[in-house]
Design a protein around this ligand. Structure first.
Ligand SMILES: *Cc1c(COP(=O)(O)O)cnc(C)c1O
Length: 223
């Protein structure tokens, strides 16, 4: 990254480079509210976090017109803490989790938008469903009974590798899964794929929602 540029500069430059149909989720995990406010003041309203507690804390401190995206692996017992405000949950990978989201959404008299996470990486550490599992889920009566959730698309994470051919193969797999699932779920529109290191490739392969952290906020420090 270019340290001559301010956070707002990096954000604006990135935004200008994106096609208009691509939604930028600014991934602010581990970053202080002051950094998020810099992005907010530069006009940004879409933020992504991967830990529920952290997102809830930031939600309370930040202005209320922000769209909060939960992008991390989600434990069922944490859904209730964010059900009143979360805008989109990216990493949904089971009917069990969907049922809990539905239950908490109902309590809050809301419909919560979710993306099905599809496993596209060859690494065993990355979670998600197979395309077939997602298809079966969408076809099931259990799923059809859930009235307070809406599946608006799919999400995936490519393998952690420099191999561009491998990464683009995985992105294309997600795009294909999206096309198949859209047959069952006509109003699906979101393909969430691409991060700081691979978002241009992801867009080439059909992404319309990218999740970018370090390119905007700088490298993360984990203590
Ligand atoms: C952290 C994270 C990102 C952003 O990663 P960067 O490489 O910093 O852009 C995107 N998606 C998920 C699911 C993440 O956990």
């Amino acid at each position: 990254m270019n340290f001559e540029m301010t956070l707002a500069d990096r954000l604006q430059k990135l935004k200008k480079s994106l096609p208009a149909y691509v939604t930028l989720v600014a991934v602010s995990k581990t970053k202080p509210v002051s950094d998020l406010m810099e992005a907010y003041k530069a006009g940004h309203r879409v933020f992504g976090e991967n830990k529920v507690q952290e997102m809830v804390g930031k939600f309370h401190e930040m202005p209320k017109d922000i769209k909060w995206h939960m992008i991390g692996n989600l434990q069922r017992n944490k859904v209730k803490y964010m059900a009143s405000f979360v805008h989109l949950i990216h990493g949904v990978d089971s009917l069990k989790l969907l049922k809990e989201i539905n239950k908490q959404a109902q309590k809050n008299e809301r419909v919560i938008q979710c993306l099905l996470q599809i496993k596209i990486a060859c690494e065993s550490t990355k979670s998600g469903m197979s395309s077939k599992e997602a298809e079966n889920l969408l076809k099931s009566d259990d799923f059809k009974a859930l009235k307070n959730i809406k599946i608006t698309g799919v999400m995936g994470m490519a393998s952690f590798t420099e191999d561009k051919i491998q990464i683009s193969k995985e992105f294309k797999t997600l795009k294909l899964a999206f096309e198949r699932l859209k047959e069952l779920q006509k109003n699906m529109g979101v393909i969430s794929m691409g991060m700081s290191g691979d978002y241009p490739l992801a867009i080439e392969c059909g992404s319309n929602m990218i999740r970018v952290g370090s390119l905007i906020f700088g490298n993360r420090q984990y203590t």
